[in-house]
Ligand binder design. Sequence first.
Ligand code: GLA
Length: 394
Amino acid sequence: MDYKALKAKFDRLFGEGDVRVFAAPGRVNLIGEHIDYNGGKVFPAALEMKNVVLCRVRPDRKMRIAADDLSIIAEGDLDHLEEKKGKDWGAYQLGVCDELQKAGYPLVGCDMLFWGNVPFGSGLSSSASIEVATAIAMATLGLEAAGKEAVIDLVEMAVIGQKAENNFVGVNCGIMDQFASAMGKKDMAILLDCNTLDYELVPMDMTGYSIVIGNTKKKRGLADSKYNERRAECDVAMECLKKVFPDLDAMCSLTPEQFEAHKDIYPTGIIRNRAEHSVYENARVLKAVELLKKGDLLGFGQLLNASHKSLKELYEVTGPELDAMAETAQKTEGCIGSRMTGAGFGGCTVSIVKNECVDSFIETVGKKYTELTGLVPEFYVSGAGDGAMELTDL
Ligand code: GLA
């Protein structure tokens, strides 16, 4: 990030003066896909790639939201936020303001300029990082303006971000992305229980191996509607399960044994498949974390492969591009596991690759992927980074 240039742009757009700077990262999910909204355990890590916002409070209740790479400036009024609902630039931030106000935060109008290097629409939670950065910025500035001490509860900020996306943007996402963005820690992955929000930081101890993220460059076109469709299918599965297990609090609380003993309760094979993925993916997460803690990276990698297969065959959220990339990666020298990460239908894969093979891996998988799909992918080698924070050292 070229902070000087950004600050100059802010001054040009909004006038000169001091700014405050807040940041929140994207995330990669190592394993535990499409189960956060079913009360499952997930295992994401915050990335080093992030979204940053420069901001300055205004004397009124107006919001102006600009981005380094966009020519439009979204506007909003903290007293009339509802009219800005949707997916346009600015809606994510205004949705966060709406949820903060509903939660009782005193807000003040603000001019904001965003910069980010989390590739957009690629399954690395660019939107969650914008939401979380906005939440900590607006909550901090609002509390300070009201003369209160700005002690920010990062878990609450994650929940606010999720609610904004659910209620304002219209994507029924779970809590994983915002939680990872808010709560990430350098060199750590987060084992998060999405039912209780209990979490454990687990060292990403991968001596000799790197995490390689592959961007299929396939935009997640229909992703949002398909995403909401999967959630609705899981609700149907849950209704069936409730008849057998009246006390079941979430689909992922079901054990594989319980699932196997009641396979005929679902109206269709598709609904059963969705439930099967959820239950076994949750079990894979627990196993994966156990193996990682023991240093059994090969075993960990195999669970990544199994997760991809389940997302492809049972949950049906991969698509030709993600399959081409993950399945090529799985067969490439030095790679011990590869899967799609995030919502699917395009976006990114995550692979674990021997350090000395990273360059050849990127070359081989990139070439083969282009042959298979006609798309030119991008690769990122990223460690786990810190979660949301104010940047003061610029
Ligand atoms: C998106 C959502 C998350 C999660 C993943 C799939 O990233 O925002 O809540 O459901 O998809 O695991």
